[in-house]
Write a protein of this length. Structure first.
Length: 476
């Protein structure tokens, strides 16, 4: 068979302009309507169709030409670190880059719902005060009308009142046709991340006659006898140094007696924080958790000043990990008052339950940079429903430093946790516990089984007691 000539081959049919096609179809329908005697109805239908088409075109053009970007950001870019009580200025510039004027566009910077919900700061028989983690000063939502090339700004500031890791944004742009038949939504700017560092309570005064030994913590192995800690006396034996002779007892008994010292070693501390939801109940949140974090970072700062090594271990969850892996729950009005915005917020929804069991571990080290790393981590740490403290200690024991004291900060002490701590103590670990209890009765109940096993226990009652706990850990 002969192949068809190239000119007769299947060639694409001629395509006219879509506007020309639409006008031709409208003219045909109008003529048919006039022939059928329904010309007015056809004219009305054509007018409605034109309004609908014009609204769809205008809304799509406005949505494409309106852009937003953040201004006045610090040198760190989208990651900002501030102290508790700081104010962070936020500026979002909204620009019309098209040739058509935009009648209206709604620009809103989203905030996490948990950061704007009031929480109980202090409650007693006299007063009750409620404080939000973030307080917004100024409008973060505005309806703007923009001429071609015009830029308007959305300015407000965020007052950071609690430690944490917060996502500011993204900025949602909403626009539509003047008749309100079409709505368009898009994300205008990427989010901004703010790390609010916890407050460090420094030890402000020192005793002139320090009670600190040559080493910091008593251990089971006789590494170095501490001459400032006399445990008792016994009869002198061959090999005992003469400088250890107890001359008063020798003169009184007529036989040589020598002093017995408690051994000590400079071994620092590995700070372990229990942040499981079962042992950190909701009725105490976030106050008791923030108190544990404040105590931990203050103890680390005190150890830094003393020149001792320190590390961190916790079964909590890093909020940066959570945002990276699970997303972000935006403004609580999404889905309540603006159902159509679910398509924008669906990619930023955060799950309530966490099945991530990876613990947070920072190796033992010295220096201000190490303290800064631990402070950042403690600022972002959150409760989790992953590993309990007993499971965490079993899982991480091979990775913890055996040359440091395990300083455990916890709110509750269930039997399995007490058993884990007692087991570590009997295996030669130096274990100390800080109980974050809101009453002396609760502290006494929780500390009793630990004290019975000769485990040192401190009471973290409130913010004023943080300095006492730090001083106790340094001089112990």
């Amino acid at each position: 068979m002969n192949a068809p000539p190239r000119s007769a081959a299947a060639s694409p049919p001629p395509q006219g302009s879509p506007w020309f096609t639409a006008i031709a179809c409208a003219a045909v329908l109008l003529v048919l309507g006039m022939i059928a005697g329904a010309g007015l109805w056809m004219i009305a239908a054509m007018a409605v169709a034109m309004v609908v088409a014009l609204g769809a075109y205008v809304s799509s053009q406005w949505s494409l030409t309106v852009t937003a970007h953040r201004e006045e950001l610090p040198e760190s870019g989208r990651d900002i670190e501030v102290l508790v009580g700081s104010r962070v200025p936020i500026c979002v510039a909204v620009t019309n880059t098209g040739r058509l004027p935009v009648a209206w566009v709604l620009a809103e910077d989203l905030l996490p719902r948990a950061a704007t919900v009031e929480v109980k700061e202090h409650e007693d028989l006299v007063s009750r005060t409620r404080v939000m983690p973030l307080t917004v000063e100024g409008p973060r939502l505005a309806v703007l009308a923009l001429l071609p090339g015009q830029t308007k700004h959305l300015r407000y500031s965020v007052h950071c009142r609690r430690r944490g890791y917060y996502q500011i944004g993204p900025t949602v742009l909403e626009t539509g046709d003047p008749a309100g038949m079409f709505r368009r939504y898009r994300l205008g700017t990427p989010p901004l991340f703010i790390t609010v560092l916890p407050r460090i309570e420094l030890i402000s005064n020192y005793d002139i006659g320090s009670r600190r030994p040559m080493g910091e913590i008593r251990i089971r192995a006789n590494v170095m006898p501490d001459p400032t800690r006399i445990r008792g006396i016994r009869q002198w034996q061959i090999g005992d140094p003469m400088r250890s002779v107890h001359w008063a007892a020798t003169a009184r008994t007529g036989t040589l007696h020598t002093k017995i010292y408690e051994p000590s070693s400079v071994i620092g501390a590995t700070i372990v924080i229990d942040l499981h939801v079962a042992t950190n109940p909701d009725r105490h949140e976030p106050l008791r958790t923030d108190l544990s974090v404040t105590a931990a970072v203050s103890i680390a700062a005190a150890l830094l000043e003393a020149g001792e090594p320190f590390g961190l271990a916790t079964n909590g969850r890093d909020a940066a990990d959570r945002v990276r892996s699970e997303g972000f729950r935006g403004d609580h009005r999404i889905g309540d008052f603006f159902p159509m915005r679910n398509s924008v917020g669906s990619a930023t929804a955060m799950r309530r339950k966490s099945d991530r069991l990876r613990p947070v571990l920072i190796d033992v080290d010295r220096g201000p940079q190490h303290l800064k790393e631990i402070t950042r981590t403690l600022a972002r740490i959150e409760r989790t429903d992953g590993l309990t403290l007993s499971e965490f200690l079993i899982d991480t024991e091979p990775r913890l430093s055996s040359e440091t004291t395990l300083l455990v900060i916890m709110q509750e002490a269930p039997p399995e946790t007490v058993a884990s701590l007692v087991g570590l103590s009997r295996r030669g670990w130096a274990v100390a516990v800080v109980l974050n209890a809101d009453s002396i009765d609760e502290y006494t109940r929780l500390a009793a089984p630990l004290l019975a096993e000769k485990i040192h226990v401190s009471h973290l009652l409130d913010r004023d007691s943080v300095r006492d706990v730090c001083r106790e850990q340094v001089v112990r």
